[in-house]
Ligand binder design. Structure first.
Ligand SMILES: [Zn+2]
Length: 284
């Protein structure tokens, strides 16, 4: 499931390509992903609109478009859910089987593809208003994190997935940040010491920054159908070094030695999601 770094890399790729492009043709094959926007409204608003800007907010892609003949811009919100992908392909290319929405831009089509349809591509932008601060932005300070955790009895790993606490962290980077900060994933949030809060704030920023930097250097085939699809950096180009798992220090490494101490990494389930941790480095 894509998280903040994956979306950031995608946004940096797409933003310059979409700038100034006009929507000339609209095809919606899965009404679920545009909801609650009705199809008629989706088509009417987007028809003839041009892309002005694309930014990331949390795990969302926030497209700003200007309607045809009017100055007042509007927002189109994209979320990849579990398995969504958004990419440009040549207009002459046949649309993939799981195309949910296609916006024809002339020579190219912007394709939103999703095999499980848990994602969103909608004119309803209310979801972004409920998001907490950006982990890499100035509002995500040690003070903010300390205050936010002080009254919560939730396990810290589960709390980090709360998008109203901070936006964009998911299962992978929560495990990675807790490992880097040497914090036991089960500890109630309010029991973190001031030093642990500080280490966690720093490690969250560090793992996310590192992942963006890594993703920015990998040759990607955005519309590809490689074995890595549905996971992280979609469509790793053929023949590219598959060093993804080596990049992660604890996630998905159950039973393998800890990179710090050699103890075998363990997996447990918290809130229905897997948590990976080193029982020695992250002792309670
Ligand atoms: Zn260890």
């Amino acid at each position: 499931m894509p998280e903040l770094p994956e979306i950031e890399v995608l946004v940096r790729h797409l933003a310059p390509l979409l700038q100034g492009q006009t929507v000339r043709h609209i095809e919606v094959r899965r009404l679920k992903v545009i909801r609650p926007t009705p199809l008629a409204e989706f088509s009417r608003v987007l028809d003839g609109a041009s892309f002005q800007e694309l930014v990331r907010r949390g795990k969302y892609l926030v497209f700003t478009l200007r309607p045809a003949g009017r100055p007042q811009p509007f927002i189109l919100l994209g979320h990849l859910g579990m398995t969504g992908r958004i990419y440009l392909q040549q207009a002459a290319t046949e649309l993939p089987r799981h195309t949910a929405v296609m916006l024809g831009l002339g020579a190219k089509n912007l394709v939103y593809e999703d095999t499980r349809y848990f994602g969103r591509f909608t004119l309803d932008a209310r979801a972004v208003a409920r998001l907490g601060p950006e982990p890499l932005g100035p509002a995500f300070s040690v003070d903010y994190l300390g205050q936010a955790l002080r009254r919560s009895a939730q396990a810290i790993k589960v709390k980090l997935l709360d998008q109203s606490l901070l936006a964009g962290v998911g299962n992978i980077y929560a495990s990675e940040a807790l490992f880097a900060a040497r914090i036991p994933p089960r500890i109630p949030s309010r029991r973190l010491t001031a030093v642990q809060v500080q280490r966690l704030q720093q490690s969250l920023r560090a793992v996310l920054t590192e992942a963006i930097a890594w993703g920015s250097t990998v040759p990607l085939d955005w519309a590809g159908t490689g074995p890595r699809d549905g996971l992280f950096y979609y469509g790793l180009a053929d023949g590219a070094a598959d060093y993804y798992t080596e990049r992660l220090r604890v996630y998905d490494r159950e039973g393998r030695p800890c990179v710090n101490c050699g103890t075998l990494i363990r997996r447990m389930v918290q809130g229905g999601r897997s948590t990976f941790y080193c029982p020695r480095c992250q002792r309670g």
